[in-house]
Design a protein around this ligand. Structure first.
Ligand SMILES: C[S@@+](CC[C@H](N)C(=O)[O-])C[C@H]1O[C@@H](n2cnc3c(N)ncnc32)[C@H](O)[C@@H]1O
Length: 277
């Protein structure tokens, strides 16, 4: 499928799901009530690894409904959120008003066009992830855009699921539950799938077709190195921000799941921090 058509079809789906996640049947997964009451969407390791943010400018790429972005506002950052879904940005602006954050700004734009949309502004911190990179058709272009958006000496920080999470599928073989690989991890084409509901509400009516690109560590890291970033840290964890394997994982803390006792573990997510040289 043509990349542009894939990106457009993904947008239709995000535009529909944003309000489901913000104020519909996905709001429980997103812990909107708790978040409005003050709970952070950020993991403790994100706050620690990013370091002090008070007074710093932070751009959140693919900010969705703004709950992660506004959690950074609560930490003291001056936040700009960017997402290509107008409906997601409307929800983010509504939430900013609801929690009284008046210095956050939300912009409708594709990541590809972010430098132009933000009129060349550079930020102390560019933050992204938790289900973001797989929606982008070109990881080298993403790294180049990020390079233009981070000030010299500033940082790029992301948390993502490890490259094989979407490709793995639990299956039973002779009564044993094992993981099988659903597709080739060296494939560079989009993986297109029709799925029911949303990760935030599997029972949400209707099915949507989505197109994802899976990036291995080498493509992400080499794209950053080629675009003037120095990798400062790469940490893998056995906790993840959604539940891809309900029979294997259990909720570990708000917004995170980990392996049940006795399961053989493998890395579920990674964080990466890079400095713009
Ligand atoms: C899973 S959400 C991001 C997750 C976020 N951490 C959260 O849960 O709030 C993915 C977001 O990426 C946005 N997105 C996908 N492709 C994009 C693109 N090419 N440019 C800008 N935003 C994009 C979607 O609109 C969606 O809001």
């Amino acid at each position: 499928m043509d990349k542009e058509e894939a990106v457009k079809e993904n947008l239709d789906s995000w535009d529909e799901l944003a309000s489901v996640h913000a104020q519909g049947s996905g709001a429980e997964f997103y812990r909107i009530e708790q978040w409005l009451a003050g709970e952070s969407k950020l993991a403790p390791w994100e706050i620690e690894e990013v370091g002090p943010v008070v007074g710093k400018s932070l751009l959140h790429l693919q900010c969705h409904i703004g709950t992660d972005s506004l959690s950074w506002s609560r930490e003291g950052a001056k936040v700009t959120g960017l997402d290509y879904s107008p409906s997601a940005i409307r929800e983010a602006e509504r939430f900013a008003g609801m929690i009284g954050v008046d210095d956050a700004r939300f912009v409708v734009s594709r990541v590809r066009d972010a430098v132009e949309s933000l009129e060349g502004e550079e930020f102390d911190i560019v933050y992204t992830g938790r289900g973001a990179l797989c929606w982008l058709p070109d990881i080298e272009q993403w790294a180049s855009v990020c390079s233009s958006l981070v000030k010299q000496g500033g940082i790029l920080y992301l948390e993502e699921s490890t490259p094989m999470i979407n490709a793995l599928e639990p299956m039973a073989i002779e009564g044993d539950s094992v993981f099988g690989l659903r597709y080739d991890l060296f494939n560079t084409e989009a993986v297109s799938e029709v799925s029911e509901g949303s990760y935030a509400d599997p029972d949400y009516p209707g099915s949507r077709r989505s197109h994802c690109w899976e990036y291995r560590y080498d493509s992400i890291i080499n794209a950053l190195i080629a675009n003037d970033f120095r990798i400062d840290l790469l940490n893998e964890r056995d906790e993840i921000f959604f539940d891809p394997f309900p029979e294997k994982l259990v909720e570990s803390r708000p917004n995170y799941w980990k392996f049940k006792e006795g399961e053989t573990r493998f890395p579920l997510t990674f964080t990466l921090k890079a400095t713009r040289l």
